[in-house]
Design a protein around this ligand. Structure first.
Ligand code: ZN
Length: 151
């Protein structure tokens, strides 16, 4: 007589990973990008200045409340899909670019959808604000991308 559980297959971790990867290849999906998983310390946190009943976004790098958003990128991807649609709007150049991208590209999410807001503050910081979908949470991460030149 079969005992309960006898039909379950026990797999070594290597066998499990190999099966999972070949299943992903069959379904035309890619492995998650573990580099983009939200770990570590986010040093540049977004804060707001209360202004009457409104909120002003402070520069995520230096905290100054005079900021400008100059670009938006949208990454539309099904979970672990091999390709995603990257839409980039450059508000300074007044241009929009839409393309299919294989792999992770600039998508801040290692597995799903993402957004990047690009901008600068009036004290000279340039920044990207990355917004990444990760399971049931939406993560914000800000990155200094340079300084605005004085002249
Ligand atoms: Zn700043």
């Amino acid at each position: 007589m079969d005992k309960k559980g006898d039909k379950m297959t026990k797999l070594s971790m290597n066998k499990f990973i190999n099966m999972t990867v070949s299943d992903m290849n069959r379904r035309n999906v890619m492995e998650p990008n573990f580099d983009k998983y939200p770990t570590g310390v986010n040093e540049n946190k977004i804060s707001f200045t209360e202004y009457d009943d409104d909120q002003l976004m402070n520069c995520p790098i230096c905290g100054f409340n005079c900021t400008h958003i100059t670009g938006v990128e949208v990454f539309a991807r099904g979970e672990d899909a091999e390709e995603h649609i990257h839409t980039a709007v450059d508000m300074e150049e007044m241009s929009t670019k839409v393309e299919n991208v294989k792999g992770h590209g600039r998508n801040p999410s290692g597995r799903r959808d993402g957004l990047i807001l690009s901008g600068y503050c009036e004290s000279g910081c340039k920044f990207d604000i990355e917004i990444a979908q990760h399971k049931g949470n939406t993560f914000f991460k800000s990155i200094k991308t340079g300084k605005i030149k004085d002249d």
